[in-house]
Design a protein around this ligand. Sequence first.
Ligand SMILES: [Mg+2]
Length: 235
Amino acid sequence: MNKKIKLITFDLDDTLWDNHPTIIKAEVDTRKWIEGQVGEVEWGDLNDFLELREDLIKEDKSIAWDISKLRKEIFRIKLSHINPTELRDEIVNKAFEIFISKRHEVTFFDGVKRCISDLSEKYSLGILTNGNADIYKFDIGKYFKFSISSLEAKDSKPNRSHFDMALTKVNGVGFDNVLHIGDHQVNDIFAANELGIDCLWFNNNNAQWEQNFKKPDEFSSWHDLTNIISNKYER
Ligand SMILES: [Mg+2]
């Protein structure tokens, strides 16, 4: 018999919107603004970023899940030649404000708003994200009972904190009553699967299943999701 689903949790980035163009633009625009203030900056490449991140985590464990703090610390390092410190901090804080504002310039996938609105009539809905986008900055936020980011969970998916915390947000719900929906094979699907949570895989890129456990049902268009859920759980 199918499970009685009461709560549906959603990933955000690359599940409700295509995150790549948004993040690239936010990054480029923020760097441009910073360089307008202080002149050219040596930004380094991805490896440089990963090394810096590792060093920062060694000094402050919270950097691993507080990605806003991570971003500010990296700006601070890249601007270490700017003095006095007060001026540097002012630029870092303003740059972060610009970044976070641009980071919310997203285009929802076609059908998301209708689907979320429909589902909210039958289920409690929640967000579980490793990112720092805030669903409540959008009109669609009104349909979600809660939103848990890595900052609140003090950990990142695929670890279980987000999912454990989700259960505390809705009365009378266990993992058996949760359906998790996300794009990431590990952070969303593996994570939920490990806890016995049902999941649906959002696969709009025709990606191959690369995990060594059974692929869950997948969907590629938000226009189909309400029907998939009602066929599976409401019969
Ligand atoms: Mg995602």
